[in-house]
Design a protein around this ligand. Structure first.
Ligand code: NDP
Length: 328
């Protein structure tokens, strides 16, 4: 059985999630890709245990991660049972509901019926009594926000989640939900927005609201699904996300215009003694955010990305040059 590295807490940084008592590792591991039904157990288990050995305590899932939907949670359940059972109290496991998960009117969006049934399913798939963070995955314009807020409050009071958050909510929606939750007596602890060098507006537009509401931020796609790495500099590798069946990153995103920027960014990274993946990861962390959720297809990527914490400082010249490249 796996035995965790005794020095796992020596290098990682832990950031307070807003004004809550929750500390999150500055880097988290996400299971949106490469943890589905076609993935091999050995590779998934190696990624999770490598992450944990490096001090990553936070693992991010959703009901629909796969494919097939639900299979990432089932696989995480296996890993928790076989490898991580003694370490449950050292782990933050998050899941979400908000996108289509099962047929009919109750398997999508933001109703009390959907959120509570979905979390019960997630707990069964992972073999857990509770998750640490439960998110409403996206805003639902048709369900009254009061109902979604009441469902999140009920979920915390029932002990099925310790903290709750939202993802993909605009600043206005976030402020409204935070106010509703405050009135119910259960804080809205965290927001999960997209944030990376190529896609920065959404999070930067949210920062003020999150600070005002005392919420933390856990950002997804810090490497723009692999575009902000050296993965595509010499063609499209057969084992990459762009070459895979994933509908979320198609080969036509990889244009000459993008590659010119990526090459220029990689040059700055090289001068810092980093890979582009490393620089892109810590560039996100220069900001106020609590944690970045990295994706990975192999353990070596996690090791490489966590090592980026050794050089987190940017000079003003580096930041200006990065902005110049991105705006070109
Ligand atoms: P990233 O932007 O970090 O992209 C991960 C991909 O980048 C990997 O699969 C790998 O691609 C490549 N990569 C990672 N490290 C390296 C490296 N060192 N060198 C070269 N390539 C590297 O994140 P994801 O897009 O995977 O998203 C991360 C997580 O965010 C998800 O798992 C999920 O938990 C969360 N998320 C949440 C959303 C929401 O709506 N709340 C939406 C999307 C994601 P390859 O596979 O080609 O090797």
């Amino acid at each position: 059985m796996y035995q965790a590295n005794e020095k796992r807490y020596s290098e990682m940084t832990y950031n307070r999630c807003g004004k809550s008592g929750l500390l999150l590792s500055a880097m988290s591991l996400g299971m949106w890709h490469n943890f589905g039904s076609a993935a091999t157990y050995a590779n998934m288990a190696e990624m999770v245990t490598t992450a944990f050995d490096l001090g990553i305590t936070h693992f991010d899932l959703a009901n629909n991660y796969g494919p097939v939907p639900g299979s990432a949670e089932e696989n995480m359940g296996r890993i928790l049972r076989r490898e991580l059972r003694p370490y449950r109290d050292e782990l933050i496991i998050s899941t979400k509901a908000g996108y289509e998960m099962w047929p009919g009117p109750y398997g999508d969006h933001g109703s009390r019926k959907y959120l509570i049934a979905s979390l019960d399913q997630s707990l069964r798939r992972m073999g857990l009594e509770y998750v640490d963070i439960f998110y409403h995955h996206r805003p639902d314009p048709d369900t009254p926000m009061e109902e979604t807020a009441a469902a999140l409050d009920q979920i915390v009071r029932s002990g099925k989640a310790l903290y709750v958050g939202v993802s993909n909510y605009t600043p206005e929606q976030t402020a409204k939900m935070a106010g509703l939750m405050r009135a119910l007596g259960t804080p809205l602890t965290v927001h999960q927005p997209r944030y990376n060098m190529l896609d920065r507006e959404f999070f930067e537009g949210l920062e003020e609201t999150l600070a005002k509401e005392g919420m933390g931020s856990v950002c997804f796609c810090p490497l723009a699904q692999g575009l902000l790495t050296d993965r595509y500099l010499h063609g499209i590798p057969a084992d990459s996300r762009a070459a895979s069946a994933s509908p979320f990153l198609s080969e036509n995103r990889i244009t000459e215009e993008l590659l010119a920027k990526v090459r220029a960014l990689a040059e700055i990274a090289r001068n810092r003694g980093q890979t582009l993946a490393q620089m892109a990861t810590v560039w996100d962390l220069r900001n106020s955010l609590t944690s970045v959720i990295l994706g990975a297809s192999r353990a070596s990527q996690i090791t490489e990305n966590v090592a980026a914490l050794q050089n987190r400082k940017f000079s003003q010249d580096e930041l200006d040059e990065i902005d110049r490249i991105l705006k070109a």
